[in-house]
Design a protein. Structure first.
Length: 70
């Protein structure tokens, strides 16, 4: 798992979030899936940086790979 993505049962009910924020990986992925650019995402959530967004993409890709293979 990318270091920027954390799972803490006390933050957002244990959903994967960007470290140091309450922004879920799901939120980032949904923004991108809706057609928003990384730049749009960074404007909407200035606390994020490009590496955080890429970490969410990596997390999502790994999550899908595990679900498909298991």
């Amino acid at each position: 798992m990318a270091a920027q993505i954390v799972i803490d049962p006390n933050i957002c009910n244990g959903r994967p979030t960007v470290s140091g924020t309450r922004i879920t990986a799901q939120t980032v992925l949904e923004f991108l899936a809706a057609g928003d650019s990384v730049e749009d995402m960074l404007k909407e959530y200035p606390v994020l940086n490009r590496e955080d967004v890429l970490a969410c993409l990596e997390f999502g890709a790994r999550a899908v790979a595990v679900r498909i293979l298991v």
